[in-house]
Design a protein around this ligand. Structure first.
Ligand SMILES: O=C(O)C1=C[C@@H](OP(=O)(O)O)[C@@H](O)[C@H](O)C1
Ligand SMILES: C=C(OP(=O)(O)O)C(=O)O
Length: 443
């Protein structure tokens, strides 16, 4: 019998519509595993690559075919945003993006997508006309100020009514001067990526310098530079400085890799149940932060192998706690924390203070929800300390955070009766999550 949810029905489990909006869907009881899992899975495309590919394709000099894009709330919102600026996007399995003269007036819904709220405003500044950017209520709390300030320094006009956050209006003038700008990107690497992705179309390109505490998510910045270069744009990175020359963005083909961060809970399931999970088409070399799962899961007791079938993780029956700096791979934290809560020894994750500005305050949410099941997770100034304790079932609140759903599912494998509130929120990056989870358990 499901436990009652504290949230009103209108705010609970939702399914994805074609535009990236969410509609009501029932609650979900995370299934427990009755033995070791044995599964081979193909995962949908990377959110980070899909949304970069769409931005670059929108700025290109010719059409682009984006091969096997992720189709989820975040990517549909990105497609919607670019369509609102005049770009053509058609297709199902592959998306054909036809660039056009960018124009307002337009109203952009960024939802809760960091990539939409940080990557679209620099593009909107290149449009002719007014572009209003807003998102979910929580999106208004996510860091935007440094991007607004940097865009103004590069020549854009933005009216944020002094808020330094969403909503704001970009008064596009059809061009942006560009040049050198200094930004504190310690709250999000996306503040830099957003500037770099649009920079080839700025008159002078852009040199972006970071000053402040370390920038998180280094692999995502590397992904930005690599994808710019694949589109024929001169781009380079140094120590806390990135340069993108002005020039043409090439169209053509852009293949999207499977989302390796979304592999975390499936591979974690192999460890938790002492089973085996293979993720197909794992790239041999990639800028995705999820590739770090190989090393992290090995340190936690898994055997990891890579061959023509993909990446395989095998669990040996025990999970070991670890100490790890997750600054580069912050988006793996919710699943890593769930894994650590099921381990045989304590864990400590650091370098992740910026997670307080993600979909929710992830540090507070993980502490509240895992401790609500009887766990012992403590918040540090820049991370989490996890002391494994026997857990019991109960309601796991998800705070509109897809990765809280994924973390809850992993806990549920070992803890009967974990009720996942608002499971539909997982559609932010993986609408087919519960189906894939069931398939994994059925082998
Ligand atoms: O550029 C990207 O695609 C992303 C960068 C990271 O953001 P932060 O640097 O804000 O953590 C990551 O957490 C997010 O899921 C995707
Ligand atoms: C932080 C995340 O998303 P966003 O792109 O919205 O920042 C995430 O996917 O874990």
């Amino acid at each position: 019998m499901p436990l009652p949810s504290r949230c009103p029905p209108a705010h609970r489990d939702r399914v994805l519509t074609r535009t990236g909006n969410l509609t009501y869907m029932p609650d979900w009881t995370a299934p427990s595993a009755d033995g070791p899992v044995a599964a081979t899975l193909a995962l949908p495309g990377s959110k980070s690559m899909t949304n970069r590919a769409l931005i670059l394709a929108a700025l290109a000099s010719a059409p682009t075919v984006v091969r096997r894009p992720l189709r989820s709330r975040d990517t549909l919102l990105m497609a919607g945003a670019l369509r609102a600026l005049g770009v053509g996007i058609t297709g199902e399995t592959d998306w054909t993006v036809t660039p056009a003269e960018l124009r307002g007036p337009a109203r952009i819904d960024a939802g809760l997508a960091g990539t939409v709220m940080r990557f679209v405003p620099p593009v909107a500044a290149l449009a002719d006309g007014e572009v209003i950017v807003d998102g979910d209520p929580r999106a208004r709390d996510r860091p935007m100020g440094p991007l607004i300030t940097a865009l103004r320094a590069l020549g854009a006009e933005i009216d944020d009514a002094g808020r330094s956050s969403l909503p704001f209006t970009v008064r596009g003038r059809g061009r942006v001067a560009g040049g050198t700008v200094t930004i504190d990107a310690s709250s999000s690497s996306q503040l830099v990526s957003g500037l770099l992705l649009a920079a080839p179309r700025f008159d002078k390109g852009a040199e972006v310098r970071h000053e402040g505490p370390p920038v998180p998510s280094a692999p995502h910045l590397e992904m930005t530079v690599r994808m710019l270069r694949s589109a024929g744009v001169p781009a380079e990175a140094g120590e806390n400085v990135w340069r993108v020359g002005p020039g043409t963005v090439d169209g053509g083909e852009c293949p999207i890799e499977p989302d390796l961060s979304n592999a975390a809970q499936f591979l974690g399931a192999a460890l938790v149940t002492g089973g085996r999970v293979t993720v197909r088409d794992w790239p041999a070399e990639t800028a995705q932060p999820g590739d770090a799962l190989r090393g992290l899961l090995e340190r936690m007791g898994a055997t990891v192998s890579y061959d023509a079938d993909g990446l395989t993780v095998r669990g040996g029956g025990t999970v070991e706690g670890i100490e790890a700096d997750l600054r580069d791979v912050g988006e793996l934290t919710p699943v890593m924390t769930a894994l650590a809560a099921l381990a045989g020894s304590p864990s400590r994750f650091t370098g992740i203070a910026h997670l307080r500005g993600h979909e929710t305050d992830r540090l507070a949410a993980l502490v509240a929800e895992i401790n609500g099941l009887g766990g012992d997770v403590r918040e540090l100034a820049d991370g989490l300390e996890i002391r494994p304790r026997p857990l019991h079932g109960g309601m796991f609140h998800t705070y509109d955070d897809h990765r809280m759903v994924m973390a809850a599912a992993l806990l549920g494998l070992a803890v009967p009766g974990v009720e996942v509130e608002n499971v539909g929120t997982v559609a932010k990056t993986l609408p087919e999550f519960t189906a894939l989870w069931t398939r994994m358990l059925e082998g």
